[in-house]
Write a protein that binds this ligand. Structure first.
Ligand code: ATP
Length: 420
């Protein structure tokens, strides 16, 4: 890869002098210059292979769409293995500071070393900029899939990212603290021994109105802007009334806010420009996704359900290697590949770069550079349509009895760029 707009980390982050940082307006919308500085973190495992592939495709699309009048200045920041090796710290302060300053950025997968303790790097990033919604648009690009007629799948999963059992409020079985919490429930709250036996562990599942509503608003705005029709509010509200049930009710309160008047309806047929909001129980949704994936355009859900649902939805189109993702807060956004570090295939040049590349396209859309994003989507469809791909993609076609041409990570990126 030979681009003059990529500023690699050399002893420190080298801020490009010709670029400008994206600005966050008071209303939390973003102002994107024609020469934005976009920080990128390669990530661990296959990260150093897929990141240059993504940059190559995105640069080509931006050049093709805007003929030099717009250009990204890529600024490498360190995190994970490379950061530990170069600075002794897996998440340097410099990285967090610049990510905040730059507002919009992109990253490959980051591993959490087993047994070393400490918080996951992904959790540090998520909390540092309060990325409260994780968005995973799932659609089919022509690859081999486990279901017939995968063109029926086109659904965006909005997973709440700042609430739920992920808050880490846990009491391990038989620990002293657990007994204190147990005693409180038994003595003060009238809970039975049957429900909380001596040897139980307890995980707390908080869910707040404020966090739910900001997430739902984001999803509804996205649905309206992208002309979607059916938004499903998903949860197990019938069982967890105080949390998932409350989430579902709050979502319907948001639908009544003045901002959504006439745009979000809760019954009847949505007209042009309108979105229909419906309630769906989680188990129903999991079944519907497999049997009738075309029924819903947007799924809005909590953190834990969002984890299950987004993985199932991804599997329908061949797995997380084909699906992009964005973590979005109030203006701040960090796009990332949905798969993990895949150390087992790292360094072999065979990793599928699509998840990160499509995340790059999603980032361009977020920046308002939709023409460049569209060029990437079309080019990926063309390349896959010609049965080109990394070994996992080619292998999928072969399992369906079709021929395919196997390419390395970078050659596949080049094939996509040639079709931009
Ligand atoms: P982590 O521990 O960081 O979650 P992981 O290696 O378990 O990482 P997963 O995303 O769960 O990552 O991937 C499981 C397996 O799928 C990997 O070991 C790898 O063989 C394969 N895989 C994942 N991502 C890709 C990719 N982009 N291209 C090709 N194969 C992949």
């Amino acid at each position: 890869m030979d681009w003059d707009n990529v500023y690699r980390w050399e002893g420190k982050a080298l801020i490009p002098q010709d670029g400008q940082f994206i600005r966050l307006r008071e209303d939390k919308s973003i102002e994107v210059p024609d020469n934005p500085i976009i920080p990128y973190i390669e990530g661990d495992g296959i990260g150093p292979e897929i990141a240059p592939a993504m940059i190559h495709v995105v640069n080509t699309a931006v050049e093709r769409a805007y003929g030099g009048s717009r250009k990204i200045y890529w600024l490498e920041l360190l995190a994970g293995d490379k950061a530990e090796e170069k600075t002794g710290n897996r998440m340097p302060e410099e990285t967090l500071e610049i990510l905040k300053q730059a507002i919009v950025s992109i990253k490959g997968p980051l591993g959490t070393p087993v047994g070393k303790g400490g918080k996951s790097l992904n959790a540090i990033l998520r909390q540092s900029m309060d990325f409260y919604s994780a968005i995973r648009p799932v659609y089919w690009l022509g690859q081999a899939t486990p279901i017939p007629n995968p063109e029926r799948v086109n659904v965006a999963v909005f997973r709440e990212n700042s609430d739920d059992v992920y808050m880490g409020i846990e009491y391990m079985p038989k620990a002293e603290n657990t007994q204190k919490v147990r005693e409180f429930f038994l003595r003060e709250m009238g809970v039975s021994e049957y429900a909380l036996p001596m040897d139980c562990g307890i995980t707390v599942k908080p869910m707040s109105e404020y966090k739910t509503k900001r997430h739902v608003r984001k999803a509804l705005r996205w649905a309206i802007e992208n002309k979607k029709k059916v938004v499903a509010i998903v949860g197990k509200g019938n069982i967890m009334k105080a949390t998932e049930g409350a989430f579902m009710n709050w979502a319907f309160e948001v639908a009544k806010e003045p901002e959504f008047e006439g745009k979000v309806i809760t019954e009847g047929e949505p007209k042009d420009g309108q979105v229909l909001m419906v309630k769906v129980i989680t188990d129903q949704m999991l079944m519907q996704l497999v049997l009738k994936p075309e029924a819903y355009d947007v799924i809005v859900t909590q953190n834990l359900n969002g984890d299950y649902i987004s993985d199932l939805a991804s599997a329908l189109v061949g797995g997380p290697g084909f699906v992009p993702s964005g973590n979005i807060g109030d203006g701040y956004a960090l796009f990332e590949s949905t798969h993990g570090t895949a150390y087992d295939i790292a360094g072999k040049g065979i990793a599928n770069p699509l998840s990160l590349t499509l995340s790059g396209a999603m980032m361009l859309e977020y920046m308002g550079w939709k023409d460049a994003a569209e060029l990437i989507y079309q080019a990926v469809r063309r390349a896959i349509g010609e049965r080109l791909g990394t070994p996992d993609i080619a292998g999928g076609f072969r399992r369906m009895g079709q021929q395919a041409k196997e390419l390395s990570t970078m050659d596949f990126a080049k094939a996509i760029a040639e079709r931009v």
